[in-house]
Design a protein around this ligand. Structure first.
Ligand code: NAP
Length: 243
């Protein structure tokens, strides 16, 4: 018996990296999972890896019309939802002095607007007792050179979770932030070597994490194992934001 038997989940940004690992874990534990991403080919490949308990719905979380189309598909196919992981996010690096309007808007459109409407538009489909998870980051709590805008987007989603917790508690719906430290994914591969080096040097455990370590924490938050955990920020960061 799986921990998520008979549950229906959405995981955005799940063609690779952390989102794909979370989707794999959810399917392994018995859930039916809708995954999203902008690139058609990568999405189809991810669905192939996940098997018959997964469906891909192409879309950009920065576009509300795409989010509405995602939930139309969930409504048609399943009629309800138990778990939403607003995971899609960009991690672009830029010193604050060099940030321009388009850089600022791109990160806030995907990481903040995208995460917010992913959760807000799911509300009519959520069954009582549902679990909402936003992928945050240690960057929301730390001051790291180059990660100022990114960190501000993750601090914003941390705030949404507090209000969601208060507004949805009467439906038994829980909301939490899952905040990784540096994790080996394609996003991390794109970081400048110097940024990476500096980050690793500040991790008490002295290494980068892997996607399965994040997926295990997502499973905890998605399942009844975390039935009294809401409004929290769970860090999977080798201690980076804790010391
Ligand atoms: N890796 C880390 O060290 C780390 C640490 C802390 C927090 N995080 C957070 O964890 C989440 C996942 O990161 P990751 O490292 O797995 O990133 P990744 O390897 O770059 O994967 C990102 C995923 O999101 C999708 N995506 C990106 N923009 C999207 C959009 N506008 N709409 C829909 N899908 C989109 C990508 O597919 P397409 O390109 O096809 O859209 C891809 O599937 C992000 O929120 C990130 O901020 C990561």
């Amino acid at each position: 018996m799986g921990k998520l038997d008979n549950k229906v989940a959405v995981v955005t940004g799940a063609t690779e990296g952390i989102g794909l690992a979370i989707a794999k874990t959810f399917v392994h534990e018995g859930a039916f999972v809708f995954i999203t991403g902008r690139r058609e080919k990568e999405l189809a490949e991810a669905v192939d890896q996940l098997g018959p308990m997964a469906v891909g719905v192409q879309g950009d979380v920065a576009k509300i019309a795409d989010i509405v189309r995602l939930y139309d598909r969930v409504a048609q196919q399943k009629g309800h939802l138990d778990i939403v992981v607003a995971n899609a996010g960009l991690g672009d690096v830029m010193p604050l002095a060099k940030v321009d309007e388009s850089f600022f808007d791109r990160l806030f459109d995907v990481n903040v607007k995208g995460a917010f409407f992913t959760l807000q538009q799911s509300l009519p489909l959520l069954r009582n007792g549902a679990s909402l998870i936003i992928t945050g980051s240690v960057a929301g709590s730390k001051g790291t050179p180059g990660l100022g805008i990114y960190g501000a987007t993750k601090a914003a989603v941390r705030s949404f979770v507090r209000t969601l917790t208060a507004e949805l508690a009467d439906r038994g719906i829980r909301a939490n932030v899952l905040s990784p430290g540096p994790i080996q994914t394609p996003l991390m591969d794109r970081q400048p070597a110097e940024t990476l080096h500096r980050m690793v040097s500040t991790i008490p455990m002295g290494r980068i994490g892997n996607v399965d370590e994040v997926a295990k924490a997502a499973l905890f938050l998605a399942s009844d194992d975390s039935s009294f955990t809401t409004g929290a920020e769970i860090f999977v960061d080798g201690g980076r934001a804790q010391v």
